[in-house]
Design a protein around this ligand. Structure first.
Ligand code: B12
Ligand code: SF4
Length: 415
């Protein structure tokens, strides 16, 4: 048995499900003989502070920057308990996102002072933003964590890992939630059937987060769902993939397996707009238990869709949405405003598209300004002052048209 490892999710972070990185990494390390535990400090603190979910989830720089000091001054026992728990461990891994980076760095600095010998490893999507070492003698893992984490525990002193990706996802053991637990969350099991995305929309960070697109076989996913359902007696699943329809045959096989074996689960996922999407497949998706899809439409203008390299036209999107509606699927669409190149004409085309298709659109999930995520835009980017104004006009229009929307995901990304 190797020295013990703790993998930590600092706050603030999403609350609904256990952080999947902690689940994947702890499952992998345990199955490779490492004594591993996870600590969801985010969930613990949210409960300890009796915070309102809306306040905790709202993107708010001030809260993110001040949270560590608040905890240190008002709830010191939480940190003391935490230090007590980790005191005998050798490795501490932190999962880093934009929202929890301040808390994570403050905590890691205190740990370095208190326990100078501990090996500290940083990973997670926010690593893309750091070129330098983050803390004296720490390890930096950009991209997938499984292979680098294990190498570090096995004694490698390489300090900087980038995109060491698994070749065959089916070699991974089924997700083990025993360390994170599921009962203290909302009893929805997160799943991941793939890593990366085969498409290349030019605003999207997916190609920066993963180098190779890979997926599990549908048989593996079916067996994993069956196992998790019987293990935890939970029926609700959320696919955290960037998209669930990377292959029609794959999706059809999985749906058929779920139906044939009467698994009776409920599931939701993200989906890409596809040309000539078969009504039969949409019905199969519904029949297999899908209760919600999150569709990345982004725009209703052909010019903007082309600029975004979405790979479909407004007419295709209209047909796709009608197909989902015909299959009685519930879905929500997301939109981006203010992409460089969007002008009044293309903006208005999006408004017209939404109006014309409103009877087929159950809900607007998200409307946000274009964010140039580490140079995803292949040209010179200038912040578009129009974006906010356009989102407000769009909001006014969907209110007038009585199209439902998620209030907290409108214009919440730039903060
Ligand atoms: C699914 C998803 C969601 C779901 C979450 C569902 C759920 N049950 O958790 C929903 C839709 C709710 C969501 C919401 C948001 N999301 Co989101 N989401 C994703 C998505 C597509 C997948 C996340 C996931 O589960 N991945 C699977 C796990 C296993 O991967 P992972 O965490 O990256 O971990 C791997 C590696 O990073 C690494 N690793 C991670 N931690 C560690 C630690 C160590 C020590 C090591 C060695 C390695 C390591 O190893 C892991 C396994 O290989 C990602 C994009 C992506 N493809 O990653 C965006 C992403 C995480 N989301 C993002 C954002 C911005 C948001 C929102 C803030 C958007 C918004 N408009 O509000 C909200 C957050 C809500 C909130 N207020 O907190 C950003 C985060 C950017 C950042 N740098 O922090 C991402 C990266 C997308 C993007 N680039 O914009 N999201
Ligand atoms: S927007 Fe969706 S389809 Fe396009 S690259 Fe990103 S994840 Fe893939």
């Amino acid at each position: 048995m190797q020295d013990s490892v703790y993998i930590i999710q600092a706050p603030p972070f999403w609350l609904k499900t256990p952080p999947l990185a902690l689940v994947y990494l702890s499952t992998w390390l345990k199955n490779n003989g490492c004594k591993t535990q996870t600590i969801d400090l985010n969930n613990q603190l949210f409960k300890e502070l009796a915070a309102a979910p809306g306040d905790w989830l709202k993107l708010n720089t001030h809260m993110e920057k001040s949270l560590f000091e608040i905890v240190k001054n008002k709830y010191p026992y939480v940190l003391e308990n935490f230090y007590q728990t980790i005191k005998d461990s050798k490795y501490l891994g932190f999962s880093l996102f934009k929202r929890n980076q301040n808390f994570t760095f403050r905590l890691a600095k205190d740990i370095r002072n208190k326990f100078p010998d501990k090996k500290i490893i940083f990973g997670g999507p926010q690593m893309l933003f750091f070129k330098e070492s983050l803390l004296r003698d720490s390890f930096k893992v950009t991209g997938e964590g499984e292979i680098p984490f294990l190498e570090i525990i096995r004694g490698s002193d390489k300090k900087n890992y980038e995109f060491k990706e698994l070749d065959n996802l089916d070699e991974l053991c089924f997700c083990d939630f025993s360390s994170t637990g599921l009962n203290s969350y909302s009893r929805v099991i997160p799943l991941l059937s793939s890593r990366g995305c085969p498409h290349k929309c030019n605003f999207c960070s997916e190609r920066l987060l993963y180098k190779k697109f890979r997926h599990h076989s549908p048989e593996y996913m079916f067996e994993q769902i069956k196992f998790l359902k019987s293990e935890h007696l939970i029926n609700n699943f959320v696919f955290c993939d960037s998209l669930i329809n990377y292959s029609r045959r794959w999706l059809e096989t999985l749906c058929n397996l779920l139906i044939k074996h009467r698994l009776n689960i409920n599931w939701e996922a993200q989906m890409r707009v596809e040309d000539k999407f078969p009504l039969g497949l949409a019905r199969l998706i519904k029949q297999s238990g899908c209760y919600n899809l999150f569709v990345g439409l982004e725009s209703g203008s052909d010019t903007t869709l082309k600029n975004l390299n979405k790979g479909f036209s407004a007419a295709t999107a209209s047909e796709f949405i009608a197909t989902l509606k015909k299959a009685e699927l519930h879905f929500e669409i997301s939109l981006i405003f203010g992409h460089p190149g969007e002008n009044n004409k293309s903006f208005k085309e999006t408004l017209v598209f939404i109006k014309q298709n409103k009877t087929n659109i159950p809900k607007i999930a998200q409307a946000n300004p274009f964010v140039d995520y580490l140079g995803t835009f292949p040209g010179e980017y200038f912040p578009n002052q129009q974006a906010k104004k356009r989102i407000n006009l769009f909001l006014r229009m969907i209110k007038e048209e009585r199209i439902p929307y998620t209030k907290s995901f409108i214009n919440n990304l730039v903060y």
